[in-house]
Ligand binder design. Structure first.
Ligand code: SF4
Ligand code: SF4
Length: 96
């Protein structure tokens, strides 16, 4: 059975990466980290499948099936005035 705490749908092909850094900029959970020739998948399990990296990657090096949990977090952050959406921890988490 699929367990979102142990795996997710994020896939990264470093061969296609041109090291533009967009994914490290847009990812709210620092899943990607800068590398010398291509980015590194630094914290795979932190991915909340928001899809931002895939949408902003110019070479198609990243694919992910976007979920709905992050949308809840973003709405919650907007409604409560939080600076950064949170997901997966604390009393206000949608998927704990
Ligand atoms: S899908 Fe969202 S959380 Fe996951 S790596 Fe991409 S930007 Fe980060
Ligand atoms: S956005 Fe795509 S091409 Fe740019 S650094 Fe990330 S994986 Fe590489």
């Amino acid at each position: 059975m699929f367990d979102s705490y142990r795996s997710n749908t994020l896939q990264y092909d470093p061969v296609k990466c041109i090291n533009c850094g967009m994914c490290t900029t847009v990812c709210p959970h620092a899943v990607f980290a800068p590398g010398e020739n291509e980015v590194r998948l630094a914290d795979y399990l932190a991915c909340m499948e928001c899809g931002a990296c895939q949408m902003n990657c110019p070479t198609g090096a990243i694919t992910v099936e976007s979920g709905v949990g992050c949308a809840y977090a973003m709405f919650y952050a907007a409604l409560t005035g939080k600076d950064e959406p949170t997901c997966g921890a604390g009393d206000d988490a949608c998927c704990s």
